[in-house]
Design a protein around this ligand. Structure first.
Ligand code: ZN
Length: 203
């Protein structure tokens, strides 16, 4: 399986990182080894001093496909949850300044925390889902998929032009504003439509 991620998909987040709004989805990947298994802690990586959380809606692909049209895209997912796209922000900045790829800042072991899956209906276009992230019991991020620059269906259409989607692949759909650092002993809890679906401890 593979994890496809979308960068800069919420205007308020693009602004906080001083990025321009994209005219097409910005995609990057995480390998299977990036998955943080449920109930496992994230060990703070040695190579960074600025580890950030990014809470995102995650889509699970249920059907193989390539060149998927937006109007058929809803047939290709069957479940959703929240995930945390852990990012070594210092490394990402260094890589960006040098014009180099940012995988080492984004795709390292444990960088893709994935919550418990919730099934979705075929008609559901996932365009009005609220979610939030708490750090040590305080809300640090609040988002709604209505504010996405590119919808889930558009992301599927665009991504499948380049990458065949396979059953079990995951798509991280981008983070709203409010990203910030985590430290050892922090606890992160993510809520989808008010229900906790993910909990991660940093050690
Ligand atoms: Zn992200």
């Amino acid at each position: 399986m593979k994890i496809i991620c979308v960068g800069r998909n919420y205007a308020d987040h693009a602004k906080e990182l001083k990025n321009e709004l994209p005219s097409e989805p910005v995609l990057f990947m995480k390998p299977k080894s990036a998955m943080l298994l449920p109930h496992k802690p994230l060990y703070y990586p040695e190579f960074t001093d600025d580890l950030h959380y990014e809470c995102e809606l995650v889509i699970r692909i249920c059907k193989n496909g390539k060149y998927i049209q937006e109007r058929f895209a809803h047939k290709y997912y069957d479940a959703i949850t929240l995930g945390i796209d852990f990012t070594a922000r210092d490394i990402q900045r260094q890589q960006q300044q040098k014009g180099l790829p940012w995988e080492i800042a984004k795709a390292f072991d444990g960088s893709a925390a994935v919550g418990e899956m919730r099934p979705v209906n075929l008609e559901d276009d996932l365009s009005n889902l609220s979610f939030s992230l708490e750090k040590n019991g305080e809300i640090v991020q609040e988002g709604n998929t209505a504010d996405m620059i590119f919808s889930v269906r558009r992301i599927i259409e665009y991504a499948s032009n380049f990458f065949t989607l396979n059953i079990g692949d995951l798509i991280f759909t981008g983070t709203p504003a409010g990203v910030g650092p985590v430290n050892v002993h922090d606890k992160l809890d993510a809520y989808l439509m008010g229900e906790r679906v993910l909990s991660v401890e940093v050690r």
